[in-house]
Design a protein around this ligand. Structure first.
Ligand code: HEC
Ligand code: HEC
Ligand code: HEC
Ligand code: HEC
Ligand code: HEC
Ligand code: HEC
Ligand code: HEC
Length: 399
């Protein structure tokens, strides 16, 4: 399974690069040579906010997470004295060639109204975006499309958690830059490893066990939104005041039950997963695993810990003289470095810190600078290599 996906992915990537080079050959204004020098006047770098988004496939009984993917891009004008980040004056759009519909792949649109009290047109996500469309300025020197409702099922029926989006920048209706970035998505949530009971669905088993233990009536209230009672910052829902957050409830109550899963990496019992391998980055290649950074399920469930806020930090482990990393009280995903370029634009998403073991994640770096890894080639953004040394912190020189 894994081998075939990687093989397929490799083939897709090769095809995508080929198409790109063919397209580029015809347009002198956007040509890239493999050593990273370019004659483009504008460059665009795309990145997902997270290295993996999880969703349920079937919403008829319960929902933990909806299809909701957030793609970002930074647009950089190369001409002039120094590179300039463009937050207006261009049109930025996205599309995902291999994965253009979702309505036929999940029943989300049948149940979104009873679950969340909103009506949505098919293939439109909770923040109004579709599977292709325009990106909006964030106010943080980048652009985004929030809540793209993509699933891991490609149009050809194969499963691919790492589909590639194409991001295109137009100025005065002329295409001036494009790139490809992964839109990671998986429904390999795996509660079935322990909740498979003969004669009933996995979801019914979960709801019935919840009802038996806490006197709730979830089995008779399908479809059930877990975050309706258990607060979930990922959905922006506070839940009920005296009920634990979904993260605390899940990690706390299951920490002592993990033997039953029978797998090496216990986090992959619910996070994607044995097949998806969402941790695929430099840290994975260096032999690290989830608990090297997140410690344990008990630690994730620690009462004083704020879910989705108190997460590991790069500067918790990395230090380098005269280099700084995340801004104070700011997550990696929201931080900026060199010249106010977002950390993710140069390094990729959390758990997919470049280079990664999945070929799709590396396509963009290879396309922009001729090799994988972080964007470390000055001329991707500068018209010539600056004489001054590289500074890693945000702002301009001397900040
Ligand atoms: C490693 C095994 C394992 C996995 C994986 C697992 N569970 Fe459980 N779960 C259990 C056990 C054991 C119980 C207690 C069963 C009992 O009381 O008979 C339980 C109980 C529950 C309960 C009832 C409340 C409680 O904590 O007692 C809920 C709700 C629940 N699980 C949700 C889930 C969801 C959702 C997933 C997937 C995201 C999941 N579980 C994955 C083992 C597992
Ligand atoms: C109607 C409100 C309600 C809904 C909806 C609900 N829960 Fe609960 N849940 C509770 C209450 C109340 C408790 C017990 C008190 C607490 O844990 O804060 C609880 C406890 C749990 C626990 C055990 C926590 C522990 O510390 O032992 C888990 C796990 C859990 N819920 C998971 C889920 C999941 C998964 C869903 C969605 C399928 C869900 N709940 C939906 C009200 C709800
Ligand atoms: C029994 C299922 C289960 C297991 C096992 C599990 N998780 Fe989770 N985890 C969940 C669910 C469900 C959510 C989503 C909660 C939400 O939407 O807020 C989650 C969310 C998270 C989050 C984001 C929310 C937060 O608290 O910041 C982190 C971090 C996390 N898990 C880490 C881990 C790590 C590390 C492991 C292994 C040591 C692990 N989880 C094992 C079910 C599980
Ligand atoms: C090298 C350290 C590292 C390792 C290894 C690691 N994480 Fe994380 N994780 C982080 C950081 C850093 C964040 C916060 C990212 C941010 O600031 O946006 C995070 C965030 C998360 C979140 C919240 C959602 C998100 O993506 O931001 C979940 C869930 C999570 N990790 C689960 C896991 C699981 C499961 C594993 C193993 C399969 C794992 N992590 C391995 C560092 C790590
Ligand atoms: C738990 C500690 C820990 C955390 C947290 C952590 N890293 Fe690392 N990181 C490491 C280790 C260990 C290596 C491997 C070093 C080696 O092999 O020499 C590494 C390697 C790297 C590398 C490869 C280059 C190098 O210096 O070896 C990069 C880039 C990197 N990390 C970036 C990040 C980013 C970005 C974050 C935050 C999203 C992060 N790291 C979070 C421990 C960590
Ligand atoms: C303009 C591109 C760029 C930006 C923006 C950027 N970095 Fe880096 N980063 C690099 C390069 C290049 C390296 C050096 C990689 C190497 O040594 O192989 C690096 C190295 C790192 C390392 C490893 C340092 C070490 O030696 O242990 C970490 C951690 C890191 N960056 C985190 C961040 C964080 C966090 C941000 C945002 C606050 C950020 N970076 C922004 C280009 C960038
Ligand atoms: C991802 C794009 C990007 C890459 C790659 C990049 N820079 Fe920059 N650089 C910028 C931006 C944006 C600014 C901010 C200009 C401003 O402050 O308005 C900047 C500013 C600078 C400045 C200060 C202004 C100037 O041009 O004199 C220096 C010096 C600099 N970069 C050096 C480097 C060096 C050396 C490298 C390669 C090791 C590099 N940069 C790689 C985007 C980049």
């Amino acid at each position: 399974m894994k081998t075939s996906r990687f093989w397929k992915c490799g083939a897709d990537v090769a095809a995508a690069l080929l198409v790109c080079f063919i397209l580029c050959a015809g347009c002198p204004n956007t040509s890239n040579s493999p050593d990273g020098t370019t004659s483009k006047s504008v460059v665009v770098i795309g990145y997902n906010d997270l290295g993996m988004h999880c969703m349920n496939q079937d919403f008829s009984e319960l929902m933990i997470l909806p299809p909701f993917n957030t793609l970002h891009a930074q647009v950089i004008e190369r001409g002039g004295e120094a590179p300039r980040l463009l937050a207006s004056g261009v049109t930025v759009s996205y599309s995902i060639a291999s994965n253009t519909t979702s309505r036929d792949k999940t029943n989300f649109w049948t149940y979104v109204e009873p679950l969340m009290g909103v009506q949505l047109a098919p293939d439109i996500g909770l923040a109004g975006k579709g599977l292709s469309g325009h990106m909006d300025p964030t106010g943080e020197n980048d652009w985004f499309a929030r809540g793209i409702p993509i699933t891991p099922l490609e149009d050809d029926g194969s499963e691919n958690p790492y589909p590639l989006a194409t991001i295109t920048v137009e100025r005065d209706a002329v295409a001036v830059a494009d790139t490809m970035a992964v839109v990671p998505i998986s429904w390999e949530i795996n509660c079935d490893l322990c909740h498979a009971t003969e004669g009933i669905s996995v979801a019914t088993d979960i709801l019935r066990k919840h009802d038996a233990r806490f006197g709730t009536a979830l089995e008779n209230s399908k479809p059930v939104l877990c975050a309706g009672c258990h607060g979930d910052p990922a959905l922006g829902l506070d839940g009920e005041a005296d009920v634990s957050s979904l993260s605390h409830a899940m990690h706390g109550s299951h920490a002592s039950r993990m033997e039953g899963a029978g797998i090496d990496n216990m986090c992959y019992a619910c996070h994607p997963g044995q097949r998806t391998q969402c941790l695929r980055d430099v840290h994975f290649s260096a032999g690290m695993t989830c608990t090297d950074c997140h410690i344990s399920m008990e630690a994730v469930a620690e009462a004083s810990r704020r879910p989705w806020v108190d997460l590991p930090r790069c500067d918790g482990c990395h230090g380098r003289e005269n280099w700084s990393f995340e801004q104070a009280d700011t997550l990696y995903r929201n931080s900026v470095g060199h010249g106010n370029v977002h950390c993710e634009a140069c390094h990729g998403s959390p758990h997919a810190i470049l280079p990664t073991t999945d070929p799709a994640d590396n396509v963009q770096s290879v396309q922009l600078q001729g090799h994988s890894g972080p964007i470390d080639t000055c001329t991707v953004c500068h018209t010539s290599t600056p004489d001054e040394g590289f500074f890693h912190h945000s702002g301009g020189e001397g900040d």
